[in-house]
Ligand binder design. Structure first.
Ligand code: PGA
Length: 245
């Protein structure tokens, strides 16, 4: 089953609007159950999402369970809200919040240990050659998986999101995304073993919308998409769910 993951980022600021979107998604997936839809709203709306019985993800998490960490949202808090997934390593957190590969590794370890499934984002700022995936992508993967036990890798979905494609309307091509999938699978295969590399789920993200979603989703090497702004538009996201499911 293909993944359709909605990363609302900080676009939605109003609770009523959030609830109306939850309801819309809920109705649409009732009739289209052929894909796995995961909604990742901002933290203040997680509790409403949880009551809507949707599969939910958080857009980040702190690495501790609880304690004196002013402003942080911890693993225990998310557990209590029935959050199943956490997005880690998103390029916007790397860029604006100073998240380093070390921090992402720390969060990945903690989230997996606490039983969450993780959507791990990687991606380059730019390419030297248009169709060659830069080695920084492999570096990010290696750093993230440092000391992650083999048994936990199946709980990670890797989302390849070239930064230049995020929010720009300039999506990558499905063929390049597939090259990234092979590259990432090979990198993970070298860290663990080829079977683990082959089996890891791979998503593409970056300007996915109802016009191009099928190009990515129908590719045999792509297990789904991570969608930002298009997932916050009710009709548009419903259209996407229908196309996939
Ligand atoms: P976009 O964002 O779909 O708005 O390009 C994708 C993402 O950053 O996850």
């Amino acid at each position: 089953m293909k993944y359709l993951i909605a990363n609302w980022k900080s676009y939605i600021t109003d609770r009523k609007e959030a609830n109306s979107l939850f309801l819309g998604v809920k109705k649409t997936i009732q009739k289209n159950s052929g894909c796995k839809v995961i909604i990742c709203p901002p933290y203040p709306f997680l509790s409403d999402a949880s009551e809507s019985n949707l599969t939910i993800g958080a857009q980040d998490v702190f690495w501790e369970k609880n304690g004196a960490y002013t402003g942080e949202v911890t693993l225990d808090m998310l557990k209590n809200l029935n959050v199943e997934y956490v997005i880690l390593g998103h390029s916007e957190r790397r860029a604006y919040l100073g998240e380093t590969d070390d921090i992402i590794n720390k969060k990945l370890k903690a989230a997996l240990k606490a039983g969450f499934k993780v959507v791990l984002c990687v991606g380059e700022k730019q390419r030297k050659e248009p169709n060659v995936i830069p080695s920084v992508v492999a570096d990010q993967v290696k750093a993230a998986f440092l000391d992650i036990p083999k048994s936990k890798v199946c709980n990670v979905v890797v989302a390849y999101e070239p930064i230049w494609a995020i929010g720009t309307g300039l999506s990558d091509t499905p063929d390049n995304a597939y090259q990234a999938a092979l590259y990432i699978k090979k990198t993970i295969g070298k860290i663990y073993n080829p079977k683990i590399g082959t089996n890891i789920k791979f998503l593409y993200g970056g300007s996915v919308n109802s016009k191009n979603i099928l190009d990515f989703i129908s590719h045999h090497g792509i297990d789904g998409v991570l969608v930002g702004s298009a997932s916050t538009k009710k009709e548009e996201f419903a259209k996407m769910i229908k196309l996939v499911g």
